[in-house]
Design a binder for this molecule. Structure first.
Ligand SMILES: *Cc1c(COP(=O)(O)O)cnc(C)c1O
Length: 488
């Protein structure tokens, strides 16, 4: 950011009494007294302190604010675990086709056959991709998919006359896993990871029992590691009568290579707003479809789209044991269109190439950074990896300082301090779409910051220098939010 941008006057400073951004003819509609329209105790006694400015000032103000935002369209954004992956712009066009964007969910089925075919094909494609027997497209987010899956697991156990109250989650699981289990009425049991960062089989054996409803697993886990003993894990849980839940929010390491269904999992959710072409952030909308094996099909949310023998499609609302509807209408249709377009343009080989490149990029970055930052779990990572900044502590520099310093070089920092089981954690997911030049640029900057920490720690400790705001007091901001600007 240049000096002049930083010095740009705020819109309140530009304000001059009587200056306006419009010119309108005098109003010829008779005015009613304000207190006839609004109760007098709610009426302002003085006009609001709004800036009085020209139209160009308003436009420049908002354009400048938008430029202070950071997103994948202006820079590298390697935020591990929840990374925004590739969202082809053409899929935005596809989702806006009027035949798809302007239909109504209550239109008669015969008038939306194309949309139903799209949903049916997507259900099948996602089932094929994950190795599952059926898929619901209704859930609106990853956590919503988790909850939907757990409600089906609960219904399944209850249908067999079993009351199983516990869901096991490894300590490397995503935070939504224990949260969803709790909301679905289960008790969560956390099991530790081994020194290699994988599920501790002895701890798992000790934790399972006749009260185990399910194990929820993220694989590759949040350390970016593939669970080597995945089939043993599946056996232990199934032998105890529990089901296996796969958190597939980030599937960029496995698409076209392996499938949760083949690993023994009974339920999986995907985040279409991470892996399949929907931009995320700012709270949605998203989609968290859930795939299930045969034993859970009766409990799927209704309705599902079904194909009739004559080739037409319709909603099946007859499922007697369904857990019910989990989302208004049929899910976030526009998001499903993007995912459909994404899968159809890539095809099976293309999806596999996505995963291979995502894994290659992460490994390249990890190996180049290993001499400068501690890699707590060395070896081959999947689409993301974790490092520890604890080696910089002797200079008084912490991971947070490294993240702040990255801002000066125009990078969005990686995820920090997650997962919780790695001290001074830095979690990086480069994604498959970045060029080698971009990866090298980021790596060189990380190396430079490690050297700065050693030679001139103050420089890192006082960063960032180039951003509009510097270090915010996040605790006070959360506890005592100031939600309106009291400028005058
Ligand atoms: C993002 C994420 C989730 C939650 O998805 P939301 O759409 O944010 O609810 C769950 N698990 C993992 C591993 C994730 O990365």
């Amino acid at each position: 950011m240049t000096q002049s941008e930083q010095d740009m006057p705020l819109i309140f400073e530009l304000s001059r009494p009587g200056r306006v951004a419009y010119s309108l003819p005098a109003c010829d509609v008779p005015r009613r007294p304000a207190d006839e329209l609004i109760p007098s105790e709610l009426l302002r006694s003085e006009p609001a302190a709004l800036p009085e400015v020209y139209e160009v000032d308003v436009i420049r103000h908002y354009t400048e604010l938008s430029r202070r935002n950071f997103g994948v369209d202006n820079g590298f954004y390697p935020l591990g675990s929840c990374t925004m992956k590739y969202n082809p712009k053409v899929n935005e066009d596809v989702a806006r086709y009027s035949g798809l964007a302007k239909i109504h969910p209550y239109q008669p089925e015969e008038s939306i056959q194309g949309a139903l075919e799209l949903l049916h094909t997507l259900q099948n494609d996602l089932a094929g991709l994950t190795g599952m027997d059926a898929v619901t497209l209704q859930p609106a987010a990853g956590a919503h998919g988790e909850w939907t899956g757990l409600m089906m697991i609960r219904a399944y156990h209850e249908s067999r006359g079993e009351r199983r109250s516990k869901v096991i989650v490894p300590d490397s699981s995503h935070g939504t896993n224990p949260a969803s289990a709790t909301v679905a009425g289960f008790e969560t049991v956390t099991i530790p990871s081994t020194a290699k960062g994988l599920v501790d089989l002895d701890a798992l054996r000790a934790a399972v029992g006749s009260d185990t409803a399910a194990l929820m697993l993220t694989n590759p886990n949040t350390l970016g590691l593939f669970e080597e003993q995945i089939t043993e894990i599946a056996e232990i849980v199934h032998e105890a009568g529990g089901l296996l839940y796969y958190d597939g929010a980030n599937s960029n390491a496995i698409m076209g290579i392996t499938r949760p269904g083949d690993m023994g999992f009974d339920v999986v959710h995907l985040n279409l707003h991470k892996t399949m072409s929907t931009p995320h952030g700012g709270g949605g909308p998203g989609a968290g479809p859930v795939g299930v094996k045969k034993l859970l099909i009766p409990f799927l949310p209704k309705p599902l789209v079904v194909k009739n023998e004559d080739g037409t499609y319709n909603w099946d609302t007859e499922q007697a044991d369904s857990i019910g509807r989990v989302k208004a209408y049929y899910g976030n249709f526009g998001i499903l269109v993007r995912a459909y377009a994404y899968i159809r343009t890539y095809g099976p080989e293309g999806l596999r190439a996505v995963s291979e490149d995502a894994v290659l990029n992460a490994n390249y970055m990890m190996h180049r950074l290993a001499p400068y930052y501690e890699i707590p779990y060395p070896g081959v990572c999947k689409h993301e990896f974790v490092m520890s900044g604890r080696g910089l502590k002797k200079y008084g520099v912490r991971t947070l300082d490294v993240a702040k310093r990255l801002l000066d070089f125009g990078y969005h920092p990686p995820t920090v301090y997650f997962p919780l089981n790695v001290e001074e954690c830095i979690m990086i997911e480069p994604t498959e779409t970045e060029s080698k030049e971009t990866l090298d640029g980021f790596i060189d900057t990380m190396i430079r910051i490690a050297k700065e920490a050693e030679e001139n720690p103050e420089l890192v400790l006082n960063a960032p220098y180039t951003t509009t705001v510097t270090r915010l007091d996040e605790t006070t901001a959360a506890r005592k939010p100031v939600l309106n600007c009291a400028c005058s």
